[in-house]
Ligand binder design. Structure first.
Ligand SMILES: Cc1cc2nc3c(=O)[nH]c(=O)nc-3n(C[C@H](O)[C@H](O)[C@H](O)COP(=O)(O)O)c2cc1C
Length: 223
């Protein structure tokens, strides 16, 4: 598969079939994604990977945590500016509406929307999960480097027939995640990534999110 095809065909996948990810393949792709560039070659990405029984145990622990306590954990970073503003607000609104339309869940049906969103916290039942961290002493440059690793990985996954969904929602429960994983204090959780094989029957997996036209985000400078 060409890079251009992988870019075109990667979409966030939110329903997976019950098929495990080969452990050797996963290791290989996680290794190769580290060809991503980083400023000064710091390679600031730090990953925790869960599969099989371990992922099952994590899900169980997490479900108990949610059932016990409705409170989220203290945030370590704001996923979005608060309050979010235009034009970003509209982009976010639109993708949400497009997704719920494919799911057949109306705007007024808050309970159904909440129930759907809660599937995030099962990694959408994917067979494999990654948590991405970065050292808290690092700045925006290294967070951007982490993003380069993440996109490289998602494209490689696509090339090998695998699908994924990045998930910043985990940042709401960063303490629960870090305690369970026994992550060193210096690491900050950025997001999770659900990995597996997409269910082609699930309409929501057909969501093709909109993109702005080039001129809305790119200025060709001429003087
Ligand atoms: C860092 C990051 C965090 C995200 N967090 C979530 C999430 O918590 N739950 C979710 O369903 N999608 C999440 N997404 C997926 C975005 O909604 C998706 O990337 C965006 O709408 C563009 O759609 P596409 O990935 O299908 O191209 C996240 C994406 C990124 C890059």
């Amino acid at each position: 598969m060409k890079v251009s095809e992988a870019l075109e065909r990667r979409h966030s996948t939110r329903v997976f079939i019950d098929r495990p990810v080969d452990a050797a393949l996963l290791r290989d792709l996680l290794t190769r994604a580290a060809r991503a560039p980083s400023s000064g070659n710091l390679q600031p990405w730090r990953l925790y990977v869960l599969q099989g029984a371990t992922l099952g145990a994590f899900r169980e622990h997490f479900a108990e945590r949610l059932a016990r306590d409705a409170e989220q954990d203290p945030r370590e970073y704001a996923v979005y500016p608060e309050p979010i503003f235009e034009p970003y607000r509209s982009h976010r609104y639109q993708v949400g509406e497009d997704m719920y339309q494919l799911l057949g869940i109306a705007r007024e049906d808050k309970a159904a929307r909440r129930a759907w969103f809660a599937r995030n916290f099962r990694f959408f039942d994917a067979p494999c999960a990654v948590f991405f961290f970065v050292d808290r002493r690092m700045g925006p440059g290294q967070w951007a480097d982490l993003g380069m690793y993440q996109q490289s990985l998602m494209l490689l996954l696509k090339e090998y027939g695998l699908d994924s969904c990045p998930q910043a929602c985990w940042a709401r429960y960063q303490l629960t995640v870090r305690n369970w994983l026994q992550v060193p204090d210096e690491l900050v959780l950025h997001c999770g990534l659900a990995i597996g094989y997409a269910d082609p029957q699930a309409p929501v997996n057909g969501l093709v999110s909109e993109r702005m036209p080039l001129d809305a985000f790119c200025t060709f400078v001429e003087r």
